[in-house]
Write a protein that binds this ligand. Structure first.
Ligand code: HEC
Length: 193
């Protein structure tokens, strides 16, 4: 999932002024602006499912002419530019989702969190409640556990540093959690003392 690594400065420069500027004007600096009929990119499933620009690239290249508020085509961008632009969008999305989910906190349901952990969340592929996460709630207070779970140490992407597959997986999850998934998983982890 190279789309989840951070864009390099020199690649950002190659994008020129128009596309990054249009992104911010039309979709907002935090990606949530919808005032021009534009999609909320912080929560759009297409962005959440995109890998390496494979979904974002086609939309940016072709534009969306058949809307009342058409999205222009950025046909001049190369495939490499489209991948880099997607990286930029993912980076902004990860920051925005972290900010949103680290702040929000409602009481979760531990049973639902356990099912998510062992099922849809795919956590059990890498973690175990009786193994590496045993006693985790006695090591961290709730606030630290929340932020550490959302973006484990070292996963905040740095320019030019490739991420481990596991770190990329945590970022992919971060881009796609429902707020209730986070609350439920944390209620479940809080029981691991
Ligand atoms: C692809 C493997 C993988 C998946 C899937 C995954 N994790 Fe992780 N997770 C890791 C790795 C590796 C780390 C340690 C990262 C680091 O600190 O560098 C980690 C870190 C964590 C931490 C912080 C642990 C600590 O001691 O600070 C928590 C909590 C956590 N994961 C919970 C979850 C939950 C809950 C899910 C499912 C929603 C999940 N993880 C999915 C691999 C994974």
């Amino acid at each position: 999932m190279p789309g989840l690594t951070r864009i390099r400065r020199r690649d950002f420069c190659k994008l020129g002024l128009v596309a990054p500027f249009a992104l911010r004007v039309c979709h907002g600096v935090d990606l949530t602006q919808t005032s021009m009929g534009s999609a909320d990119l912080l929560h759009s499933p297409l962005v959440g499912a995109d890998e390496n620009g494979n979904l974002i690239g086609a939309v940016v290249k072709a534009g969306l002419p058949n809307l009342q508020t058409s999205m222009p085509s950025f046909y001049e961008l190369s495939d490499q530019d489209l991948t880099n632009l997607a990286r930029y969008v993912h980076y902004l999305r990860q920051q925005g989702r972290y900010k949103e989910l680290v702040a929000a906190s409602s009481p979760g349901n531990a049973d639902a969190g356990k099912s998510y952990f062992n099922g849809a969340g795919g956590c059990a592929k890498c973690h175990s409640a009786a193994g590496d996460l045993a006693g985790i709630a006695s090591h961290y207070d709730a606030k630290t556990l929340r932020s550490d779970f959302l973006m484990p140490n070292g996963t905040a992407p740095k320019e030019g540093v490739s991420l481990s597959a596991a770190a990329q997986q945590h970022l992919r999850l971060l881009e796609n959690y429902e707020p209730s998934d986070v609350d439920n998983v944390l209620a479940y982890l809080a029981q691991l003392r």
